[in-house]
Design a protein around this ligand. Structure first.
Ligand code: NAI
Length: 327
């Protein structure tokens, strides 16, 4: 059975005499640094380039340093900068400066899975990946609530890698809820599959339903409201998380329940399955990773065009018209 770790499975003492170098003070860096400080663990240095993020870390009472200095001093280094810039920063400023036996902690498996970062074999390579945006990581901690995360060990040079990962998960507040053990590769696959299979399918359903109903003469404002602007589906998703995908059904009318369940049976799952399979294979083969890398090297022309197209699309324009009229 998959291991899920809780507070009782982790020991904060393992972090006590360690210096933690947090590289990046953005969404995750800030939340994790503040939570760890409040958990009373070790000595925390925020390492970064001179920018407003590093200024904020200093204002919020952290010792700050360059990426290079933090990497030299850290026993545990947290790589909490955008995945796109991490390989270059790691190669130039972090990797060559890390102590033997230091732990390198990621919040995403991407760069390890696709070989964009290849750490020295003398390092522990671990991951504590919150399933929560940075703001949520901090807010949950302050409210005394936990949040889920994935923990993984890719390389165990010291024999302590897992204990360090669990202690970090506890210090940032995740093991209050449960940290699920996965591999770096599994985390990467799940993350990219959500982005490249699940959400494109959901976007397609929403846009097709929108176009169809507007074509039938239903007011666009009402269609958008029904689809998601009312936030009713957001509440449903929350109930699915709390009660279960189908166990939340009794919250709907009988007509609704019958309609949902009987037509769910009718959907042709083959197309969906084939689409998912295609994305999966392209992710596994490294096709997506090399496509995305080459897009970044070209200066993101396709990404910018896709974003412009999406923001100028009929559904986005209709949302703007609706928003301007809502109170
Ligand atoms: P972010 O975009 O908030 O990172 C900003 C930080 O990166 C700033 O401190 C900035 O100074 C630093 N930075 C940017 N370019 C840099 C460079 N060239 N050299 C040095 N520092 C640089 O990053 P975010 O969203 O916190 O992501 C960090 C990691 O956490 C990523 O691996 C991401 O996949 C993962 N993650 C992020 C989540 C989120 O809440 N956004 C959720 C779960 C995981």
């Amino acid at each position: 059975m998959t291991a899920i770790y809780y507070d009782a499975d982790a020991r904060l003492e393992i972090l006590k005499d360690k210096t933690m170098g947090i590289i990046g003070y953005g969404n995750q860096g800030r939340a994790q640094a503040l939570n760890m400080r409040d958990s009373g663990v070790g000595n925390i240095i925020v390492g970064g380039i001179k920018d407003q993020y590093l200024d904020l870390a200093a204002q919020e009472g952290f010792e700050t340093a360059s990426v290079e200095e933090a990497s030299e001093r850290a026993d545990i280094i947290f790589l909490l900068i955008p995945d796109e810039v991490a390989p270059e920063v790691y190669q130039k400023s972090i990797g060559p400066r890390l102590k033997k036996g230091a732990a390198l902690n990621f919040a995403s498996g991407y760069n390890i899975t696709f070989g964009f970062i290849v750490p020295e074999p003398t390092l522990d390579v671990i991951m504590v990946a919150p399933r929560m945006i940075g703001e949520g990581v901090r807010q949950c901690y302050l409210k005394g609530e936990g949040f889920p995360s994935f923990v993984a060990v890719e390389q165990d040079a010291t024999g302590n890698a897992k204990q360090i990962a669990l202690a970090i998960a506890k210090a940032i507040g995740s093991t209050r809820r449960g940290a699920i053990e996965v591999s770096f590769r599994q985390e990467t696959l799940m993350d990219l599959m959500a982005e490249q299979a699940t959400w494109p399918l959901i976007f397609s359903v929403l846009t097709e339903v929108f176009h169809f109903q507007v074509e039938q003469g239903i007011p666009e404002e009402a269609v958008l409201m029904e689809l998601y602007v009312s936030k009713e589906p957001a509440v449903m998703l929350e109930k699915m998380a709390d009660m279960g995908l189908f166990r939340q059904m009794p919250l709907h009318s009988h007509t609704s329940q019958y309609g949902q369940l009987s037509r769910f049976k009718e959907v042709d799952k083959n197309y969906i399955r084939n689409f998912i399979q295609k994305q999966f294979e392209n992710i596994l083969s490294g096709g997506f990773a090399s496509e995305w890398r080459s897009e970044q090297e070209k200066g993101l022309p396709l990404f910018k065009r896709l974003l412009d197209e999406a923001l100028a699309s009929p559904i986005s324009q209709a949302e703007q018209r609706l928003r301007s009229r809502l109170r």
